[in-house]
Design a protein around this ligand. Structure first.
Ligand code: LLP
Length: 381
């Protein structure tokens, strides 16, 4: 095992490549994939993703710059987000991006005004809130009418009419995104049917050329080794079967997690093992500042003791490590800084190296310097 300063993220570029091949194999010609940079914007990963021909889904001016730097074609970059600042709209127009996913009527008016001032035309898709339940964690559900995202269905006709009327705006599509870490294909089928209903209620002139179904395809956090690649086959097949595209329409999706989650792990070193009257704590040098998902959403990341595994494989010791139950925690001064509770692992000692699996998506991008901690390192193989 190579020595790395911990905590750090390790990425497996071979698995990323395999995942991207699978996407290429499973999608149809008229099913376009835009990678959601928010899941992981590491330039080396972006380089691999861009070379596989994916477009980019960005939610800030910073992400648009990163996508451009990584070589994504401007016309394959979509810009989403419920609150776009004027400078971000200007930057996107200057770069000539493919589409603004517009979340409200006031936003549409502002984009049109800025485009007019700059002598440009803004391609826009209207993000519609379809009121479909994603059956996922409430903090990553976005498509219910109570969520802040998208244009309410009741205002759809007005929004389309405005998009047609405004100068300097080209009405190109509808955009939907109902949530993240969706593992039931039935949910995507429900979304597709909802989109069909919406489209059927419109006149031919009201129907745009692009249907963007958003992101959300989930991964197997429980068994990452058995299922390292997400169910792209089922995903594209579900839309192929259930989404009705009118002539000339293309389908677009914005996958983030399913592209990068399984190719990244977080390595950490055990600082102390501490016994209390009720518990045994493994205190490691990674905390919620490095991987916030468990603290923020109660998410599970499988944890492996690599030192113990290595001993077993190369037989450095005859001592078999018995199984114990631990709370695996970080060093941050917050009681939510807990990765796992009552988790069974081989006896764990100071200096052991642990790894949290499936940490490639929303790991490094959500890291912070809280408690004046340095950001985690990163290495790609
Ligand atoms: N498109 C839009 C409009 C989105 O809001 C998102 C994610 C995506 C695409 C990509 O979704 P994905 O394919 O990755 O599910 N930090 C949370 C996840 C937040 C997702 C936010 N939006 C987590 O760690 O679980």
């Amino acid at each position: 095992m190579k020595e790395h300063a911990t905590p750090c993220y390790l990425y497996d570029s071979e698995l990323l490549d395999r995942t991207l091949w699978e996407i290429g194999k499973r999608r149809d010609e008229n099913q376009y994939v835009h990678y959601a940079l928010k899941a992981n914007n590491n330039p080396q990963l972006l380089d691999v993703i861009q070379k596989h021909g994916l477009g980019a889904d960005c939610v800030s001016g910073g992400e648009i710059r990163q996508a451009l730097d990584a070589g994504f074609a401007p016309e394959r970059i979509f810009f989403a987000g419920v609150g776009k600042a004027d400078w971000e709209i200007e930057l996107a127009l200057e770069a000539g991006i493919g589409c603004f996913n517009v979340e409200s009527i006031p936003e549409l008016e502002v984009i049109a005004a800025i485009a007019k001032r700059m002598g440009k035309t803004a391609p826009v898709a209207l993000r519609i809130n379809p009121d479909v339940d994603a059956h996922t964690h409430h903090k990553i559900t976005t498509g219910l009418s109570a969520n802040k995202f998208g244009i309410d269905l009741a205002m759809l006709h007005d929004a389309i009419a405005l998009a047609h009327r405004l100068e300097n705006v080209e009405f190109k599509g509808f955009h939907f995104h109902i949530g993240s870490q969706i593992t039931e294909m039935q949910v995507f089928a429900n979304l597709a049917r909802r989109i069909n209903e919406i489209q059927a209620s419109l006149s031919e002139e009201e129907r745009p050329s692009m249907i963007d179904v958003g992101g959300g395809l989930g991964v197997d956090y429980e068994n990452p080794e058995e299922n390292p690649v997400a169910d792209f086959k089922g995903y594209f097949q579900t839309f192929r079967e259930h989404l009705h595209l009118y002539e000339g329409q293309t389908m677009h999706c914005e996958l983030g997690r399913s592209v990068v989650a399984q190719c990244g792990v977080l390595l950490t070193k055990v600082l102390f093992v501490k016994q209390s009257s009720q518990k045994q704590f493994v205190i490691c040098d990674a905390g919620m500042t490095d991987l916030v998902r468990p603290a923020m959403y109660g998410s599970y990341h499988k944890c492996k003791n690599l030192t113990a595994e290595q001993e077993r494989v190369i037989g450095t010791t005859n001592m078999h490590r018995s199984l114990h139950r631990y709370d695996v925690v970080g060093p941050i001064c917050e009681s939510s800084d807990v990765f796992l509770t009552d988790y069974e692992m081989p006896e764990t000692r100071r200096g052991d190296i642990l790894c949290f699996c499936s940490a490639g998506a929303y790991g490094e991008t959500m890291a912070s310097e809280y408690n004046s901690r340095p950001l985690p390192g990163r290495h790609i193989y």
